[in-house]
Each structure stands twice: as structure tokens, then as C-alpha cells.
Design a protein around this ligand. Structure first.
Ligand code: PPS
Length: 301
């Protein structure tokens, strides 16, 4: 549906083409204009459903692609090095906004596959899609709502649970997002990465990404990237952990952006009934896809 409709459980959002956009920051005309964004062959887009490891991968891409960032000589916030394509910058025209940036340009996005620039389908530019088990996404989102300025906070987890299932959260339905990107993978030059694999073996994932980007790192550089992308390191790095973000976006008095960074924290909030209900829906909606998530850190021990 191409018309704009309200998002029932969160009036700060509007629904357009099945996706839930922030009224305050994302205008549908701008989103539509992204179709014509001029892609360079060496552009790199990193796409996630919210709370799936966006700033983590943003930091990793930044470190892989910039030696200055890696050795700490480049004091630039990662959001500047790897900006959102979803939100207009200074010039408010997506081509003008990013035209003067040197290659390779790195971008982040929460958009579903239908909204990204047509040029990405040339399969030269690269897409990295990071996904995380949706129960942990929900738990992370529940806490994030306390610090997010532009979306409505759920009164309790039961409300968030319903909201999430209905797609009444930023980016719409998690199921549609993951399914959409996964089933259209052949339209793009895309690498899928799981948050849980990053937790389990960050070095291997960093290696995999640097190979995908054609930027093989020597062992020493690889070690530096991994070290600077660990939870503890990022938690103490204001250039990477959103602490420098304006109070217009995040109210960090109410909580932390870098919260726990683990697998299975959903167990501390889901009731047994919610977990079982979710498992059933997950099976119905995703059971036909060959995507296996790790739901519990103990599964790996
Ligand atoms: S957002 O708002 O959509 O951009 O959020 P996003 O960055 O996608 O997700 C935030 C969660 O990612 C965790 N995170 C990390 N986990 C492990 N290691 C590192 N280095 C790392 N960096 C970010 C962050 O803590 C959020 O997860 P939760 O479960 O809330 O802790």
C-alpha cells in the first residue's frame, strides 16, 4: 500500500509501504528519493532491523576501512564516518548530502529492501545485513524505548510484545524485514551476519567482513579491530557508543545505549507463555527459511 496510515500503538510513527517511519525525522518524499541515489561501485551499505547490532557493525566497518580510525589518530564519530542513508543530512538532498564524501562510502540503514537505492541492484556495491535473534531484539528495544526521544515508550513489556508482533515499532515487522532481505538476496551483493556469531567469535566475523570488502587485514590489524570493537572497549569510547549524540535524539539519563551486549537476556523478561507464543509465531512465519538463531549463550558452552 502506497498510502500513509497511522501506526496504532505508536503515534510517533507512520506506516508507508509496510514500514514504520519516524514522523519527526523521516519524510516519505525523502525516502522515495533514495531510489535515485547515485550508487558508486565501491559503496558499502550495512542494514539492520533496529537493535540488531547496528553500532557494533558500524564501528567494525569504520575500523576496517580506515587505518586512522584503527590506530586512534582519527577522532571522528562513527556516525559521521558511517552515516545513515535513511535520514537527511545538511543539504537534505541525498545525492548532495553524500556527493563530496571520499570512496569507499560507508552507510547504515534500517530500511527494508524495497526502499534502498535501485543502483544497489547492480550487485557491485556491497550490502552487509546483520540480524539478531528477535527475542533479544525485543528486550533491547524495550530498554531503548526509555532513552529514545522520538518514539513512544511502552508502559510494560507485554505492551512492547504486542507492538512488536504487530509491526508497530520503528522499521515495522521484524519478520517482514528479515524475510524481505533474505528472500531477495539474489538481487544484491549481500553478506548476512548474525549478531550471535559476532558474540561467539568476533575475530572470524571481522575476517569474513574484511574479505567481503576486499580489504584483507594482516594479523596485527585484525587484532586491533577486534580489540576496539569489544563491548567493553566500545562502552568506554564516546566516538563509538552514541554518548556524543545530541539530547534531541537520546536521553542517556534514563539508561544506556550499550546495555548488556549478550545472547539470551530475553529470558529475564519474557514469561513462559510469551516465549511459547513467540516460538509458535516464529515457526509459522520463519520456519521455511534456513536461518538458525542462537537463543541462549549456554547453547554454545
Ligand atoms: S540501534 O538503536 O538500532 O542503532 O541499536 P543497535 O546498535 O542495532 O543495537 C544495540 C544493541 O547492540 C549491542 N552492542 C553490542 N553488543 C556486543 N558487543 C558490542 N561491541 C556491541 N555494541 C553494541 C548493544 O549493547 C545493544 O544491545 P543490548 O541487548 O540492549 O545490550
Amino acid at each position: 500500500m502506497d498510502t500513509v496510515t497511522p501506526v496504532l500503538r505508536d503515534p510517533s510513527l507512520y506506516r508507508y509501504k509496510g514500514y514504520s517511519f519516524l514522523k519527526k525525522l523521516m519524510q516519505k518524499e525523502f525516502i522515495d528519493s533514495l531510489q535515485d541515489f547515485k550508487i558508486r561501485d565501491d559503496d558499502v551499505f550495512m542494514v539492520t532491523f533496529p537493535k540488531s547490532g547496528t553500532i557494533w557493525m558500524q564501528q567494525i566497518l569504520s575500523l576496517i576501512c580506515s587505518e586512522g580510525h584503527r590506530n586512534g589518530t582519527e577522532q571522528i564519530d562513527t556516525t559521521e564516518r558511517v552515516p545513515w542513508i535513511d535520514i537527511p543530512l545538511m543539504k537534505k538532498d541525498v545525492n548532495d548530502d553524500h556527493d563530496s564524501r571520499p570512496s569507499p562510502r560507508l552507510f547504515i540503514s534500517h530500511l527494508s529492501y524495497i526502499f534502498v537505492p535501485q543502483g544497489l541492484r547492480n550487485k557491485k556495491a556491497k550490502v552487509i545485513y546483520v540480524m539478531r535473534n528477535p527475542k533479544d531484539v525485543m528486550k533491547s528495544l524495550y530498554h531503548f524505548e526509555a532513552i529514545a526521544v522520538h518514539t513512544q515508550k511502552s508502559p510494560d513489556f507485554a505492551h512492547l510484545f504486542e507492538k512488536f508482533l504487530a509491526g508497530d515499532v520503528l522499521a515495522g515487522s521484524w519478520f517482514d524485514h528479515v524475510r524481505g532481505w533474505y528472500t531477495h538476496k539474489d538481487d544484491f551483493n549481500i553478506l548476512f551476519v548474525k549478531y550471535e556469531d559476532m558474540i561467539k567469535d568476533l575475530r572470524s566475523v571481522v575476517k569474513q567482513i574484511s574479505t567481503f570488502l576486499g580489504k584483507e587485514l594482516d594479523d596485527e590489524s585484525l587484532d586491533i579491530v577486534v580489540k576496539r570493537a569489544t563491548f567493553n572497549k566500545m562502552q568506554n569510547d564516546p566516538l563509538a557508543n552514541k554518548e556524543n549524540l545530541s539530547v534531541d535524539f537520546l536521553n542517556l539519563q534514563n539508561g544506556k545505549f550499550m546495555r548488556k551486549g549478550t545472547i539470551g537476556d530475553w529470558k529475564n523478561i519474557f514469561t513462559v507463555a510469551q516465549s511459547e507464543a513467540f516460538d509458535k509465531i516464529f515457526l509459522e512465519k520463519m520456519g521455511d527459511l534456513p536461518i538458525n538463531f542462537t537463543w541462549d549463550i549456554a547453547e554454545e558452552k
